[in-house]
Design a protein around this ligand. Structure first.
Ligand SMILES: O=C(O)CCC(=O)C(=O)O
Length: 264
């Protein structure tokens, strides 16, 4: 798909797939690293049979060589402008037998988060969610559930918009794709974790890209915004650990600018 075709898909459907971003002969090595690090650092409070690690770049850099791939950054920069940066890196493994989650849009559109743009929100591209497939994605193994076109809605099922978050939606579909490809979604797109009914884990890393002007401070441990909007309100919010200098120094040169804002 050309960049023009990708942009059209993002505008009309709210998602597209970039194929073959991780070279075929590197996929198995990245997958093994991601599985090992997830086993070691997984969040014990994550839903049952979901291997989840926030701030994953601090634990495993095997995906780093690909995060600034020009095919990815061309799309990111067309949509978010120059000086974009990475806001989240989260290992996400759907283990066999996991449950489907509720429909949501991602931060900062998820209305359950302490930091969110209140619905009805403007029709603007503010954040991109990318899911790096380290195994093939399919309807059977928990390929992400999406509602194509839902990103143009001014709200989402976390906003009590009349769509029950826990029920199937008529136009939903599972994303399928090859290992090494990347699912790119407008973060407003309604999506959900899908049940993995296969015998093998579905392995992925969720990486989000933000424009320079999007305030990420509510995600930062101990920030003034976090104290005000999360600690003092008791609301839920994702926490993205900062990046120590030693981790940062080990990143590829073209990737460092994407993480510099998060350096301790
Ligand atoms: O892992 C998936 O397929 C979806 C993950 C998701 O919903 C999220 O990270 O917001």
């Amino acid at each position: 798909m050309s960049l023009e075709q990708q942009l059209l898909r993002m505008q009309v459907d709210g998602w597209c797939i970039l194929e073959g971003i991780i070279p075929e002969d590197c996929i198995a090595g990245v997958r093994e690293h991601v599985q090992t690090a997830t086993e070691k650092h997984r969040n014990p409070k994550a839903p049952d049979r979901i291997g989840h690690v926030s701030g994953f770049i601090n634990f495993d850099k095997s995906l780093a060589p690909y995060l600034a791939d020009r095919r990815m950054l061309d799309l990111v920069e067309e949509m978010l402008g120059p000086y974009s940066r990475i806001s989240f890196t989260s290992a996400t493994i759907n283990e066999p037998g996991n449950a489907r989650s509720g429909w949501h849009a991602d931060w900062p559109f998820n209305q359950n988060n302490g930091g969110h743009i209140p619905a009805p929100y403007p029709d603007a591209v503010v954040h991109l969610t990318t899911i790096w497939m380290l195994t093939p994605f399919s309807g059977e193994n928990g390929g992400t559930l999406i509602v194509p076109g839902s990103h143009r809605s001014p709200d989402n099922p976390t906003a009590d918009n009349g769509v029950p978050p826990g029920e199937p939606y008529a136009t939903e579909m599972n994303v399928s794709g090859n290992a090494g490809s990347v699912l790119v979604m407008d973060s407003r797109l309604w999506h959900a974790t899908a049940a993995n009914t296969s015998a093998d884990p579905r392995v992925a890393v969720v990486v989000r890209y933000a424009p320079w002007w999007l305030n990420l401070d509510v995600l930062k441990p101990d920030s003034a915004d976090r104290q005000r909007m999360v600690d003092e309100t008791g609301r839920n919010e994702n926490m993205v650990p900062q990046i120590p200098g030693a981790v940062y120094d080990g990143l590829p040169d073209d990737v460092k600018p994407l993480f510099r804002h998060w350096l301790v």
